[in-house]
Write a protein that binds this ligand. Structure first.
Ligand SMILES: Nc1ncnc2c1ncn2[C@@H]1O[C@H](COP(=O)(O)OP(=O)(O)OP(=O)(O)O)[C@@H](O)[C@H]1O
Length: 287
């Protein structure tokens, strides 16, 4: 098996599975500068895909393009529906209801005086609208989402009193409150200790296994190789994409990240990727 590169069929999801996200020929220009170019990506239900790349590679921009929040050209479809670029959540409501977005933790106003339950309810705003009050079904959805991330016992707690790991779970619950087909997670592990990262990784794995597609950006490359079914190495375009086993060699990482052949990072990635390869051979390959 070999990793495939931009322009080839590299970015396709596992055969036979339903594609939840399809991105073709995506280009984004911001402030007059090209930020993304010729990006192709497919993510199927049941897949946990790691979106990795150096600072400024365009990872967040890609997630925002999928949400229709930045102007773009090309095609983005979620659950078979086209995302119309630059229209924002409210005007693209039917398709964005299929997407659960978990922003970087610092983007949420944690000092706002709301409880965990109220924060999660804000995830339903595209369904509830700003003018009518929440209904029983909305509170039920919130309760289900909180159960799913094991935060029900803290539902009356002001969000400002939560730890980093608990805050991350609140953001995931907020995204799950719409029961989305795809979860987009932007750097969910930043600033979290290793056990918390491992618990969250397990949760993301389970959420993918429940027939959702899960895409997460991650600067911990070894962690991403360890956890994800497939990796997309982004640097303005998709430099390479494949399973951890397909990406065990150094070249795609050197091209995407500009690291030298002697970088200890490459050895660590290779060891984990080959370990995953042995593991998936035992269990049956997922992708
Ligand atoms: N609103 C904007 N206007 C102009 N340029 C922007 C805007 N938003 C992002 N950019 C630029 O687009 C590029 C990609 O940014 P983006 O945040 O998507 O990268 P990233 O891969 O998520 O980076 P990081 O890993 O540092 O979070 C950067 O050069 C950034 O400066």
């Amino acid at each position: 098996m070999t990793a495939t590169v931009a322009g080839e069929a590299s970015t396709t999801a596992r055969p036979g599975a339903t594609a939840v996200l399809e991105v073709r020929d995506l280009a984004v220009v911001l402030g007059g500068r090209p930020v993304l170019d010729d990006v192709r990506l497919q993510v199927a239900e049941g897949e946990l895909v790691g979106l990795v790349g150096p600072n400024g590679a365009g990872k967040t921009t890609l997630l925002r393009a999928v949400l229709g929040l930045v102007p773009s050209s090309g095609r983005i479809a979620v659950a078979g529906q086209d995302v119309r670029p630059g229209r924002g959540r409210s005007r693209s409501a039917p398709v964005t209801r299929s997407i659960g977005y978990v922003p970087q933790r610092h983007e949420f106003a944690w000092d706002f005086p709301v409880t965990v339950e109220e924060a999660v309810l804000t995830g339903r705003v595209t369904r509830i609208g700003w003018l009518r009050g929440a209904r029983t079904e909305d509170y039920r959805a919130v309760r289900r989402a909180l159960d799913r991330v094991e935060m029900t016992h803290l539902r009356r707690r002001p969000v400002g009193e939560l730890s980093g790991g608990q805050r991350q779970r609140v953001l995931v619950a907020r995204a799950l409150a719409l029961n989305p087909r795809i979860l987009l997670l932007d750097e969910p592990f930043t600033g979290l200790d290793v056990p918390t990262q491992e618990h969250l990784t397990e949760l993301f794995r389970e959420l993918a296994d429940e027939e959702r597609a899960v895409v997460m950006t991650n600067h911990d490359l070894v962690g991403a190789v360890h956890a994800c079914d497939r990796l997309c190495l982004l640097n303005r375009t998709v430099v390479a994409s494949g399973t951890p086993a397909e990406l065990a060699g150094p070249e795609p990482w050197m091209r995407a990240f500009g690291v030298s052949a002697g970088s200890p990072l490459l050895t660590a990635i290779s060891q984990v990727a080959l370990g995953r390869s042995a593991d998936t051979t035992d269990r049956g390959v997922r992708s």
